[in-house]
Each structure stands twice: as C-alpha cells, then as structure tokens.
Write a protein that binds this ligand. Structure first.
Ligand code: FES
Ligand SMILES: [Fe+2]
Length: 324
C-alpha cells in the first residue's frame, strides 16, 4: 500500500453510534467507533495493555472500553481510565492506543495511513459533485488487490468483451487514444473513444483531437474513481484495500436529472441493480488476474490502449518507492 495518503475505507453507515466495529483495512485489524459528538475514530484493534481485541468491548460516553480489564480510551488513543488502579490514581505514562487520523464526508470514512502528518489536511474529492445530486450506494467485496480493481476501471479495451451485453454493446473493438491528462500529481483524467473496426488502425492520442469533455473518467490516487457520464449523472467508486488479496468496493451513483422524490428513488435503485451486474462482470476477470497486484514491471505485454494503466502504474510506483 502507498504510505502517507488518505484512503476511503468505509461507508459512514457501517459505524453506527454506540458500537465498536471490527474491520480489516490496509492489512491491519482495526476498531472503529464514534465519540459522544458522533466523530468517528479508527484505531488498531489491539489493547496496549495485554493485547486483547478491543472491538468486542463497549463504547461508553464515546470512549472505547477494553473487554479484558476495562481500560478506557478516547478517540485520540489516550487512556482515560485504568479501573484496577482506581479512578483517582494517575494514569500510566505511555499507555496509548495506536489510532489513525480520520475524516468523514461524502458518505465515506477516510483514514490517513502513514507516519507523516496528513497533507492535505482533508482528503481530495470530486468537487463538482455538488449537494444537488442524489446518491445511492452499494458495497461489493472482491477477492483482488485494490490496485488491480483500480486499473480495471482505466481499461478501455475490455469493454466489448467483459461488458458485451451491457456498457460494451455495439462491438466497438478499436480503442482510439486513449487520451490521458494529469490534473494534479495524483489526479488522472482519461477520455475514451472506442469505435467499430472500420479500417484504420487505432489512432494514437496525437493523431486525433481529444474527444469532448462531457464524458471522462477520473482517478484520484490512491483509491477514488469517478465515471463522469454526463453533467447530471456520475458513478464514483472507492476501492477500500482490505489486505493484499481483498478489496471492498463502495459504488455511489450520483444523479440530478430525476428530482421528484418517488422518481428519484426509482432511478437510483433500478440503476444500482444494473451497476452491480456490471461490477460483477468486471469482478469475474479481475479476480482471475496474475500476478495478484498491479506493478510497473510485472512481465505483462501492454498495448497502446493500456496507456492510462501505464500512467497509473508509473505514479503508483513513484509513490510506493520501496514500500511494497
Ligand atoms: S488487555 Fe485491554 S485492558 Fe487489559
Ligand atoms: Fe469493466
């Protein structure tokens, strides 16, 4: 995993108030809960006293209580009570629960994974998703490394094969471009224009103008993706890394063309059935890929249509350094 980045790791609804929730993310066993004001906390699911899992414990006045000897921890990881020492005893020095900086918004919980202080202070997002969109969400676990799931969403050549009966209908086998631009160091946009094989070979990005920017795909490293289908309809996926073999996808469908409440509900949820079907078309192939994770020099034989994947892998490798 790339260190010192914000990762979307959970849906807000997965951490209800008053409960400790066990979850595995970034190959670590974590515990999540909310303080009395509803602010979310994420910490290692291991008590610093004698190593018991904290997630079976209680949440009391917004503090996490270990089920073994009742030590209490606040959301910053500070120990606030050691019952065996007595309420009036001074607290032991250095007894801290390893906790992570978190940020919550857009229906998601983000975790800062790294030793450096969070920079930027809040996670980057798709700022054009304004509050007038309505949102529906699904959660989909995959048996794949998150990097493979991410790069699949940058793959224009798979559409007529994997999605032959859905979004890839029409036999548009030839991938012109694809055009790729970096909006900032960790934000990539790609523009796709596939066509039926009408004679000329695939055009390189410099052989044709970039298509209209009404439709594009945007990736924010490490794990956020948006399909900008139109100004009023978008799909966002957060790829939450569970461990080196598993990923949970949170797909959010944003639309603002249906505004009446009943119609909005119908559009959101009927669209989600199709989205899940399409995601599972992807899942079937991505789970079969070897090697299990994406890498710049993985021995694969790439083609011009894979340019967005190559760009993603280059930046990922830069950020990873020697971390993986
Ligand atoms: S192991 Fe948690 S309080 Fe002892
Ligand atoms: Fe796909």
């Amino acid at each position: 995993m790339i260190p010192n980045m914000w990762y979307a790791v959970l849906q807000s609804s997965e951490v209800p108030p008053g409960r400790a929730v066990a979850v595995e993310r970034l190959a670590e066993r974590l515990v999540c809960w909310r303080d009395a004001a509803g602010r979310v906390a994420v910490a290692r699911d291991q008590c610093p006293h004698r190593g018991a899992a904290l997630s079976p414990g209680r949440v009391c006045e917004g503090q996490l209580v270990c089920p073994f000897h009742g030590f209490r921890f606040d959301t910053a990881g500070a120990c606030t009570l050691v019952p065996a020492n007595g309420r009036s005893a001074p607290l032991p020095q250095g007894l801290r629960l390893a906790s992570y900086p978190t940020w919550e918004g857009h229906g998601l919980i983000f975790l800062w994974w790294g030793q450096q202080p969070p920079e930027p202070a809040t996670p980057p997002w798709f700022e054009d998703l304004t509050p007038d969109f309505s949102v529906a969400t699904i959660r989909d676990p995959w048996r794949a490394h998150y990097s493979r799931a991410v790069e699949n969403q940058l793959d224009a050549a798979h559409l007529p094969f994997v999605h032959h009966n859905t979004i890839g209908r029409g036999g548009k086998l030839v991938v012109d471009g694809p055009w790729v631009e970096w909006c900032d160091v960790n934000r990539l946009r790609m523009y796709v224009q596939n066509r039926v094989d009408d004679g000329p070979p695939a055009r390189r990005p410099d052989e044709a103008p970039r298509p209209s920017s009404r439709f594009y795909i945007e990736l924010i490293l490490p794990n956020l993706w948006q399909n900008h289908l139109s100004p009023d309809f978008r799909l966002v996926v957060a790829f939450a890394p569970v461990n080196t073999q598993r990923t949970v996808l949170y797909l959010q469908s944003y639309q603002r063309f249906a505004r009446a409440p009943g119609l909005r509900w119908l559009v959101n949820w009927s669209g989600m059935a199709l989205n899940r079907y399409i995601l599972h078309q992807d899942r079937a192939v991505v789970e079969s890929q070897q090697p299990a994770r994406s890498s710049l020099r993985g021995g694969e034989l790439l083609i011009p249509a894979d340019l967005p994947i190559i760009e993603y892998r280059r930046r990922r490798q830069e950020l990873l350094g020697t971390a993986e």
